[in-house]
Design a protein around this ligand. Sequence first.
Ligand SMILES: NC(=O)c1ccc[n+]([C@@H]2O[C@H](COP(=O)([O-])OP(=O)(O)OC[C@H]3O[C@@H](n4cnc5c(N)ncnc54)[C@H](OP(=O)(O)O)[C@@H]3O)[C@@H](O)[C@H]2O)c1
Length: 283
Amino acid sequence: MTNSIAIVTGCSSGIGLATAKMLAQNDFTVYACSRDPSAAINLQNLITHENLTNIHPTQLNVDNDESVKNTIKQIIENEEKLDVLVNNAGYGVIGKIEDLPVNEYSKQFQTDLFGPLRMIRAVLPQMKKQNSGRIINISSIAGQIGFPLTSPYICSKFALEGLSESLRHELYETNIITTIIEPGVVKTKFNQNMKFPQEYSSDENKAEAIKLKEQCEKIFDRTEISGIDVANVVLESLTTPNPRIRYQVGIEADELLKKKKQLSDEDFEGIVHKFFQDIMNIP
Ligand SMILES: NC(=O)c1ccc[n+]([C@@H]2O[C@H](COP(=O)([O-])OP(=O)(O)OC[C@H]3O[C@@H](n4cnc5c(N)ncnc54)[C@H](OP(=O)(O)O)[C@@H]3O)[C@@H](O)[C@H]2O)c1
């Protein structure tokens, strides 16, 4: 993959930033996308202080058709090829279903599902022309396991996994490979960037949403998994001729998803329910 051209979305922080750095350090030319590159200070610092001149900060909003189309067109014109797309941009919402209007689900899908879909549709013609390419979709354990109080995020990641499976079938006879990455908890700005309902149907629901955010803060503080760990897995999957369909990152992601395969739906639901209660009771 030396001298390969990669596009990574959501590079202003966290997993996207770490992935851009990791790929650049391994000789990829990286178009590191964020909504406002001038505000992506950590990305700018990386380029200046680590002399990673093969990172190109790029303005792109995955929610916007024109932004995606124009940016990808420009990159293909510059490079005349395109090897890797990492669909990473995303965010989460905390709240109960009765407190989240359908509009919140639409917004979540715009970024976490239609964002990757727009990106995939924009890069596919070039990848098909080359008959080569890698598409990495950053999903989550939330792409296979439903948790309470985060249903827009869960729905979008389940749908991203479905999209990835369909895409793999459609590209089965080609050299374009789609890979799904499923991290557990990763120390990034994700929790800080969580969105909340505008209004709550009860004080109990509000208290529960606020409590979950506080409890998540403790988990995010304690985790030893960082964006670099996810970036390592991205790199590993890209540098393997026959990557797996799915890669989990972090022990809890690995263990929970193994249990999902081993147990009945009913038994597994009990495990997830207890897992959530334990989170809400972390001292
Ligand atoms: N952290 C975790 O525990 C965890 C676990 C599993 C999966 N993930 C997934 O990992 C991915 C990256 O999240 P992170 O943990 O690195 O969180 P993060 O630090 O909050 O980074 C999210 C990135 O997505 C970008 N973004 C959000 N909406 C966007 C949009 N409409 N268009 C373009 N960029 C947008 C943000 O850019 P701006 O600066 O423009 O806002 C930011 O760069 C997400 O897909 C998330 O679901 C995270």
